[in-house]
Ligand binder design. Structure first.
Ligand SMILES: C[S@@+](CC[C@H](N)C(=O)[O-])C[C@H]1O[C@@H](n2cnc3c(N)ncnc32)[C@H](O)[C@@H]1O
Length: 266
């Protein structure tokens, strides 16, 4: 993870705060603001082992009940503070009592998670990043289903002033004692390969040298299925008839309709 010397970082939705604590090996305490979606009581009750007291003793500012989707909630944080805003393993909590059929639930969850990430980027760029700083947002996520169905490389930046620059493998060994927490219970998520997806409104950024670009954005590729190049018309026709493409197209269309209705951008 690209963390230039003396950079200032805000972490978003940091479950038990163990990632923020691990960041202290890379940046000084007064360069970090850690946030949780849970209230302080909620955090202490849900995660019996958490890093809150370690962060407070180190002098880190910790803010609770920060909903990154809600601009009023984001105004409670110091504005224009950060060089980098990081959201690791974002996930909207699911409704356990939901009796909707599984296929519908998957579509709803897909939309809800894209919306969370869309607003994370929107509010971070508008309110949290220093206009004179590095201007970077990181989303760390696994690249398997259902996360890969969010089209994280292409769905979050259309008609926005920032771009997806590329990804980097998340190197867990750099973050001592960081455990990814389940969103709604005192359990850990199994560690699997994850990537850091990087966004910026600076095109020629020094971070580019460390990133892998999204190759399916190229001509003759299908970016939503991450397939290609498909050079012949027949290959395209066959691809459009696959179950993979039909499913991904459905997610894409639902998201476009949602953005049109709510953001009037697409
Ligand atoms: C799978 S957990 C990962 C927790 C932590 N980031 C980690 O890496 O261990 C998903 C996290 O997303 C957070 N989250 C979900 N919706 C959010 C929102 N609207 N604003 C801020 N955080 C949110 C949850 O509180 C939860 O901590």
């Amino acid at each position: 993870m690209y963390l230039p010397k003396n950079c200032r970082v805000i972490t978003i939705g940091d479950g038990d705060l163990s990632f923020s604590r691990a960041l202290l090996e890379h940046i000084p305490p007064n360069n970090l603001i850690a946030t949780t979606y849970d209230s302080e009581d909620g955090l202490r009750n849900k995660y019996t082992r958490n890093a809150l007291d370690d962060l407070l003793s180190a002098g880190v500012m910790v803010k609770h009940s920060v909903d990154i989707k809600d601009s009023a909630s984001v105004t409670r944080l110091p504005q224009n503070f950060a060089d980098i805003v990081i959201f690791n393993h974002p996930l909207v909590p699911s409704q356990h009592s939901d009796v909707t059929p599984q296929k519908e639930r998957k579509k709803r969850a897909n939309l809800a998670n894209r919306d969370l990430l869309y607003r994370f980027l929107k509010h971070s760029f508008a309110m949290l990043l220093n206009p004179e700083g590095q201007r970077l947002c990181y989303i760390t996520s696994k690249s398997v289903k259902p996360y890969s169905d969010w089209h994280i490389e292409t769905s979050l930046t259309l008609n926005r002033p920032y771009q997806f620059l590329g990804n980097q493998v998340f190197n867990l060994s750099l973050f001592k004692n960081y455990m990814v927490r389940k969103v709604d219970k005192d359990k850990y998520v199994k560690h699997e390969e994850s990537k850091v997806y990087v966004y910026s409104d600076k095109n020629a950024h020094p971070i580019n040298g460390y990133l892998t670009a999204f190759r399916f954005a190229e001509d003759k590729c299908c970016p939503i299925c991450r397939v290609g190049p498909l050079t012949h018309a027949d290959d395209w026709k066959n691809h459009h008839n696959t179950r993979l493409h039909k499913t991904q197209q459905q997610y894409h269309d639902l998201w476009s309709a949602h953005c049109h209705l709510n953001y009037q951008y697409l």
